[in-house]
Design a protein around this ligand. Sequence first.
Ligand SMILES: [Zn+2]
Ligand SMILES: [Zn+2]
Length: 278
Amino acid sequence: MENWTEFEGIIRLSVFAGVLILFSALEFIIPRKNRRHTRLSRWTTNVALLAVSTVFLRIILPVATISFAMEMGDRRMGLFNLIALPVWLEVVIAIVLLDFAIWFQHMMMHYIPPLWAFHKVHHADEDLDASSGLRFHPLEMVFSFGFKLAVIALLGVPALGIFLFEVILNAASIFEHASIRIPKKVDRALRKVIVTPDMHRVHHSVHMQETNSNFGFCLSIWDRIFRTYCAEPREGHEAMELGLDRRPPGNAAGLWWALSAPFRTNQAARTQSGSSEA
Ligand SMILES: [Zn+2]
Ligand SMILES: [Zn+2]
């Protein structure tokens, strides 16, 4: 583990690609929900959004979280650099605190209107599958990245903690969006600790009170502690409608829609289903 920094890029990419391929394959074998759109139309947009975000981030914030954490360590900055704990313990605490920070940031994205304007692009996906874990507006990615750098600076998170957290977060994001059927007993057991696809699907409901619940990415404990936990969608997983009740008109599965949506006016999205709460 000593020279992990040499391989961090390739390890992150391999785990990301491996998890994406695994859960996309499982979606064919144990699908959870009927789809409204073709895979091709949504995947093209969701993968393109990731590509645009990656390029955009390189230009706007050309720093890697791991080298930033190392720099903070060299300068002895942040909470962890002021106290002496065994490295493994610092890494575990750092991962848990980072997960809490991401939970908190996700809640802010919902309750602060200018942030919601960007985060709603993630919620506009009208089917959920592994590719939804890649679907974030490039400016939301910039905001999240800046937030993460601020947390790293404040805590002085060990670089190994950041590396492991990035790997876990990427894998968790793909897993929790996957449209896979997990036996209820297994789901219940997993949910005691981590966010499962059924738990996160509630968060993608068109009903606002369900959307404003289950903000967790890795650990499910934060939603339980802060009482933002919703166990099941009121219409059940098969019948529940995914997406947004109010959004700019047009095809939400398209790339141009996704990029331009934060700057356009919302309208009631579904008149045909009768589920609009507008
Ligand atoms: Zn959300
Ligand atoms: Zn989501």
